[in-house]
Write a protein that binds this ligand. Structure first.
Ligand SMILES: Cc1cc2nc3c(=O)[nH]c(=O)nc-3n(C[C@H](O)[C@H](O)[C@H](O)COP(=O)(O)OP(=O)(O)OC[C@H]3O[C@@H](n4cnc5c(N)ncnc54)[C@H](O)[C@@H]3O)c2cc1C
Length: 386
C-alpha cells in the first residue's frame, strides 16, 4: 500500500487526502492549527464570517467532484429581488447596469485575449479606456489586486467572463465554507485518513511521498527554497453587521477603483442574528496604501449602498490579507510558469499559487489532484475521472 504525508489541512490538503485515500493510499495529514480548513474556515457565531472563500463557482472542476461526493451540502440561492439590488459605482454614483462600453468586452465575437499584453491595453482597443478600466475593476471580485488592468490580458479576460456570466457561476454553501470543510473532513476520516491537528511540520519527512499543501510562503520556508514565489493580491478586508433596513444594496461593485462589498445575509440568513445583516468587503491596496485607505474606500461604498449604516452598526472589524488571495499572472506569464507541482525527490506542491489552472481555490483543487497522481505514479486523467 502507498503511504502519503500531506502537510496542511486546508482545501488543497483535504482534497489531496480524500483523493489519495480513495485510490487506496494510507494518508496522514498534519495541520498546524487546531482546526482544519485553512483559509476556508467559517467563524463560529454570532457573525459567521468566512475568512476566505464565499463563492463556489459551478463552472470549476471542484464543483462536480464535491457534488459527486455529496460534500457541497445545502446552498443559499440569492433571491431574485436581492439579486436585482446589485449596484455598480461608476463615476461616483450608483447604477444598476454596467456601462455599455464594458459590455463590448463580453460580446461573443471577442476572441481570446493575448497572454503577453496587459489587460488595460488590450481591452482599451475594444471598449475604450473607460470601458476597459470599468471591466478591470469589476474583476477585482475574483482578483483582489490593486491594478487588475496591469495583469495579463488572457488571465483577466477569463476572470471577467466567469464573474460576469449569466446565470451566475457563484454559488454559496449555506452557513459558509466551514460546512464544506466539515463534510470533507468527515469523508477523509471515514476513508481512514489520519488527521493530526496542532501538528506543525518543520522538517519534511523522507520515508513517504509528501504533498506540501500550505500557502506558497509557508512552502518556501519549509522547503528552504527561495524560488517559491508568485505575485498575489493585498487587500483590506472589512466585516461588519448592521441592523436590517429595507432597500439596502445586495452588493456594491466599484468600477471606479477595484473593490467589492456584499451583504451575505441577503442569500443566507443563518450568518447573523435575527434583525441584523452581515456585510463583508474587500478593497485591494496599492503597495503605498495602508489598511486605513482601504477602510476609507469601503466606507464610501457603504455610504452609497447602505444609507444610515453608521447609526445601524452593531459589529465591525478590519484586517489586511497579504498574499492570501491566490495567484495573479503578469503579462507574459500563465499558470504554467508558476512554481511546479513536482519538486523532485517525492515532494509535491498543492495550493493556489502553483502551476495549475483555475480560479482561486480551483487552483488548490487542481494542484492537489495533480500532486496525488504524481505521488501515486498514476496518470492524471485516471484520477480526474474519478
Ligand atoms: C479574502 C479571500 C476571499 C476569497 N474568496 C474566494 C472565493 O470566493 N472563492 C474561491 O474559490 N476562493 C476564494 N479565496 C481563495 C481561497 O480561500 C483559497 O484559494 C483556498 O482556501 C486555499 O486553500 P489551500 O488549502 O491551498 O491553502 P490554505 O487554506 O492556506 O491551507 C493551508 C493550511 O496549511 C497549514 N500549514 C501551513 N504551514 C504548515 C506547517 N508547517 N505544518 C502543518 N500545517 C501547515 C495552514 O495552517 C493551513 O490550514 C479567497 C481567499 C481570501 C483570502
Amino acid at each position: 500500500m502507498h503511504r502519503i504525508t500531506v502537510i496542511g489541512g486546508g482545501f488543497a490538503g483535504l482534497t489531496a487526502a480524500i483523493t489519495a485515500a480513495e485510490a487506496g493510499a494510507e494518508v496522514t495529514v498534519h495541520e498546524a492549527h487546531h482546526t482544519l480548513g485553512g483559509r476556508a474556515r467559517t467563524a463560529d457565531g454570532p457573525y459567521r464570517t468566512n475568512d476566505g472563500p464565499h463563492a463556489l463557482y459551478n463552472g470549476g472542476p471542484h464543483w462536480a467532484w464535491l457534488r459527486r461526493r455529496d460534500l457541497i451540502g445545502p446552498l443559499a440561492p440569492i433571491p431574485p429581488l436581492e439579486a436585482a439590488r446589485l449596484r455598480l459605482r461608476h463615476r461616483g454614483a450608483l447604477r444598476r447596469t454596467p456601462p455599455f462600453a464594458m459590455l463590448k468586452l463580453l460580446r461573443r465575437g471577442v476572441g481570446p485575449a493575448p497572454v503577453d499584453t496587459d489587460f488595460l491595453t488590450w481591452a482599451t482597443g475594444i471598449a475604450g479606456e473607460e470601458g476597459a478600466r470599468a471591466a478591470a475593476h469589476y474583476c477585482a471580485v475574483a482578483l483582489f489586486h490593486h491594478d487588475p488592468g496591469s495583469l495579463s490580458a488572457a488571465f483577466v479576460q477569463e476572470r471577467l467572463r466567469r464573474a460576469a456570466k449569466l446565470p451566475p457561476e457563484a454559488h454559496y454553501p449555506r452557513g459558509g465554507w466551514g460546512g464544506v470543510v466539515d463534510r470533507m473532513a468527515a469523508l477523509a476520516w471515514n476513508l481512514g485518513v489520519r488527521m493530526e491537528t496542532v501538528s506543525r511540520v518543520d522538517t519534511l519527512p523522507t520515508d513517504t511521498p509528501v504533498i506540501v499543501a500550505t500557502s506558497l510562503d509557508a512552502a518556501r520556508r519549509l522547503l528552504d527554497d527561495p524560488s517559491l514565489t508568485w505575485p498575489s493580491g493585498r487587500t483590506t478586508l472589512v466585516d461588519l453587521a448592521v441592523r436590517t433596513r429595507r432597500g439596502d444594496a445586495f452588493a456594491v461593485s466599484d468600477l471606479d477603483a477595484p473593490g467589492w462589498i456584499e451583504r451575505f445575509t441577503a442569500q443566507d440568513r443563518t450568518l447573523a442574528p435575527a434583525g441584523e445583516q452581515l456585510i463583508q468587503g474587500q478593497l485591494p491596496l496599492a503597495p503605498h496604501e495602508s489598511k486605513a485607505d482601504g477602510t476609507a474606500r469601503a466606507e464610501q461604498l457603504l455610504d452609497l449602498g447602505f444609507p444610515g449604516w453608521r447609526e445601524r452598526l452593531t459589529w465591525r472589524r478590519e484586517a489586511v490579507a497579504n498574499g492570501r488571495t491566490g495567484a495573479v499572472d503578469l503579462p507574459g506569464t500563465t499558470w504554467r510558469d508558476r512554481p511546479a507541482v513536482d519538486r523532485g525527490d517525492g515532494v509535491y506542491l498543492a495550493g493556489d499559487q502553483v502551476a495549475s489552472p483555475g480560479l482561486l481555490s480551483e487552483v488548490s483543487f487542481n494542484s492537489a489532484l495533480t500532486a496525488v497522481s504524481l505521488a501515486l505514479g498514476r496518470r492524471e486523467l485516471d484520477l480526474k475521472r474519478a
